[in-house]
Design a protein around this ligand. Structure first.
Ligand SMILES: [Zn+2]
Length: 111
């Protein structure tokens, strides 16, 4: 018995199970079709992660843009918001990039 990931939701299930315990997806179908479903889901997932990393980058650069062009006075609300945008954008971007790397690695390992 081996643990595989559900092609529909990514939940870990036994390869002997006939349906996923998480999403009730049917695991008894054509393995080729199931593999296609899984590839499709991964593609969408990585696409949405790429979109998220773009948003994070825009937030990050936007924060810098505000600080650079508007030059809000020290301690002002605008300075606080743009500094927060830089911090959140940076963390969000790093987290998303790591998730993309992990997703690519899991594809390589066949999970
Ligand atoms: Zn599932």
């Amino acid at each position: 018995m081996a643990i595989i990931s559900c092609p529909f939701c990514g939940h870990r299930v036994s390869d002997k199970a006939s349906s996923c315990s998480n999403c009730k997806g049917d695991l008894t179908g054509d393995p080729v079709k199931l593999a296609a479903v899984q590839r499709d889901r991964r593609l969408k997932q990585s696409q949405s992660l790429v979109n998220q990393s773009m948003l994070a980058l825009i937030l990050f650069l936007g924060g810098f843009g505000v600080l650079y062009w508007w030059q809000p006075s020290s301690g002002s609300y605008n300075e606080y918001v743009s500094t927060a945008a830089i911090a959140v954008g940076f963390i969000w971007y790093v987290v998303t990039r790591v998730r993309i790397i992990l997703l690519k690695r899991s594809v390589k390992n066949g999970f």
